[in-house]
Design a protein around this ligand. Structure first.
Ligand code: SF4
Length: 228
């Protein structure tokens, strides 16, 4: 198992904990708004798991949690064993995923190896192919959502929104599909040099537009937040 990025400490990636954040290379989606285009194409130097474990050994007094992000981390065959070792060493583990690997999620949940799951919901089910730029097996996405909702692991579902790909009606449809979930977060698109579609191609929502959407959908969830 190796990684393509490592943020040594973060106060925002794991709720209320100090974490270190690992980024895997490679992704089976090609979301135009993705801000990790280098990771999606698996560019950059390899960071071996051994390095991460020795880093954690030195910092274990200061780090509570390890967040594993991507790319899409569940594409890595070594992920299960890596996470198991983190749990054996006493760390909290958060996994970010696009939900395309329910089989691995099921093993993680059954074996109680995750403490927090953040799953991206890319679009209403009928628009997944358009928003991700690939053919998606939507049953796998639905299965991951059910597994997460029915588990006793803390979780969030989250959607990145930009005007060209996700309309207000799309957001309302997603909120209906996820109705009753614990936590749903809308992340406004932020432009930048590393966006997959290229800088200046996509448009974020205005604050007041998101406020308006929030009023319409927030009661579908126990907790709802906008991150902008
Ligand atoms: S935003 Fe899309 S393309 Fe980028 S890492 Fe996440 S799932 Fe992959």
């Amino acid at each position: 198992m190796y990684f393509k990025g490592h943020q040594k400490s973060s106060f925002i990636d794991y709720p209320d904990k100090i974490s270190t954040v690992l980024f895997t290379g490679g992704c089976n989606f090609k979301c135009p708004y993705c801000h990790n285009s280098d990771l999606v194409y698996n560019k950059g130097e390899k960071i071996e798991a051994e390095y991460i474990f020795s880093f954690l050994e030195k910092r274990k007094k200061f780090i509570d949690a390890v967040c594993i992000s991507g790319g899409e981390a569940t594409l890595n065959k070594g992920l299960y064993d890596f996470v198991k070792e983190l749990k054996d060493k006493g760390f909290l583990v958060k996994l970010d995923t696009n939900g395309t690997n329910p089989r691995l999620l099921k093993s993680f949940i059954k074996d109680k190896l995750l403490d927090y799951i953040a799953m991206d919901i890319k679009a209403p089910f009928n628009k997944y192919n358009k928003v991700t730029g690939v053919m998606v097996e939507i049953n796998k996405i639905k299965e991951s959502i059910s597994l997460i909702r029915e588990s006793d692991i803390d979780y969030e579902f989250r959607t990145t929104v930009c005007k060209e790909l996700i309309t207000e009606d799309d957001i309302i449809n997603i909120a209906e599909e996820l109705k009753g979930s614990k936590r749903y977060i809308i992340q406004n698109f932020r432009d930048g040099d590393t966006i997959l579609a290229g800088k200046g191609r996509l448009t974020p929502y205005k604050k007041e537009e998101l406020k308006d959407i929030e009023r319409k959908i927030k009661d579908n969830f126990i907790e709802f937040k906008v991150r902008s």
